[in-house]
Design a protein around this ligand. Sequence first.
Ligand SMILES: [Zn+2]
Length: 240
Amino acid sequence: MENKKFKFKCIKCNQLSETENFCDCGNKYYSFKTLEYDYEKIGKNGIDFWDCSKGFEKYLPLLPCKEINLTLGEGNTPLLKLNNYGKKSGYNNLYLKDETTNPTGSFKDRETAIITNYAKEKGYDKFLITSSGNAAVSAAAYSNIAGITCDCYVPEDTSSGKKHLLSIFGAKLITQPGEYEEIYRRLIDEEVRTLIDEAEDRCEKILKKHADLLETISEDLLEKENMTGEEFNAYFDAKA
Ligand SMILES: [Zn+2]
């Protein structure tokens, strides 16, 4: 499906693509793709930055998802003026954006809400995340309301409190040896590769089924309509 708002751009080779899949240059770790917006298209609709009633929904022209249907009430967090601390620090206008009032207590809920809505629109049914902190708790909570499975890859020494919190939201915990970076790389190299292989295998099977079906229909048509092979091809070319 063509993305109307932006293209994905590989941060290593600058190659543009329509999908978020791994780039064929081999770059696959961390933020391996950034976004290249078509500001002309976005500008036609515009964004009303001053509309405070909509939360981050007003940024939809810039977001990957079409709508924000799944929400836990994230965003619109209070902006507090720190009068005393500000004076002590030499600032007259010092403000604090209190992100702890987000549903799971961190700013991660903003991005997770967007990712969850995007995943739902794309029909994804699984989140894989390497984290035992705020990001994992947030992913677990949002996947729970979306009916998406959430597998959290956490270091072996993760505290029982954090593990308990993740399990409350129904996330599957997979403890792994090593530090975050090691687990992250293993997840991409092994688990994600396996999922891609499985998905490709599924696609191949579906295509094979469709091909078999088309073959059956073709044979029926040839027989019923008394068509020659050439007439049959011309019939389908005209339909295409
Ligand atoms: Zn690349």
